[in-house]
Design a protein around this ligand. Structure first.
Ligand code: ADE
Length: 225
């Protein structure tokens, strides 16, 4: 899989890409993540990529030309499954969407900034608009980082135990059951006996029951859906 990220602030994402699972997945050749500075596609001598909005409102708008040039350069070389724009008014990012996107061969993620981007980009170049939640970030870089992390860990081989990506919270629209490790007792706080019993079928039943109970209490909306 290849993910191309278009941004005016590559430094904001770099750190996330160079650590832990995302770094290892790249080192193993499971994913190639390429950061592109949109200023490199500006024809302006000051490398500007934004301008004042028509209509005279406050704030700056990202221009169409550098973004079109960047996207055109990428799409000339390969087919992209989606050209994504990060925006608070996009479709809400969730686990099923991450699962689908993790099957892609190539993705572009365009990070929004300033007041927004020239709307013609959204009309003519973008195939999917994604929000990571109902709040407004300063820019789309953190949203892109969240999406990359969520998607890449689903690629087979990216995390040690493939089974554990499938048993994550939300994968079956249930929250994950509690987990414990040694010591079995700390300050008198005990690990549930069932987990120490060695009885695998009963342990699985207990975990299912816990997952259901936690979901019922903490996120009943998941069960309604
Ligand atoms: N850009 C600003 N806020 C955002 C959000 N909530 N999701 C995705 N991109 C954003």
């Amino acid at each position: 899989m290849r993910i191309d990220i278009l941004t005016v602030l590559p430094e904001l994402i770099e750190g996330t890409l160079n650590h832990s699972i995302l770094r290892r997945a790249q080192d193993k050749g499971l994913v190639e993540i390429c950061l592109h500075n949109l200023r490199d596609y500006s024809t302006n001598k000051h490398r500007r990529v934004d301008d004042y909005p028509f209509g005279g409102e406050a704030g700056m708008v990202m221009q169409i030309e550098p973004i079109d040039r960047a996207i055109s350069a990428l799409t000339a070389d390969r087919h992209y499954n989606e050209i994504i724009y990060t925006s608070p008014d996009g479709e809400k990012f969730d686990q099923p969407m991450a699962n689908t996107l993790s099957l892609s061969e190539n993705l572009i993620i365009l990070c929004g900034h300033y007041k927004g981007i020239d709307y013609r980009i959204r009309e003519h170049l973008i195939t999917k608009e994604i929000s990571i939640g109902d709040y407004v970030l300063t820019g789309g870089e953190l949203a892109a980082a969240v999406m990359c992390d969520t998607i890449v860990r689903l690629i087979p081989g990216a995390i040690g135990d493939e089974q554990s990506a499938l048993s994550d919270s939300f994968q079956d629209r249930l929250l994950a059951p509690p987990v414990y490790t040694r010591p079995a007792e700390y300050k008198g706080w005990k690990v549930p006996d069932i987990l120490l019993s060695g009885h695998q079928r009963k342990i699985s039943e207990w975990q299912q029951e816990q997952a259901l109970n936690r979901t019922r209490i903490l996120r009943p909306d998941l069960l309604d859906e």
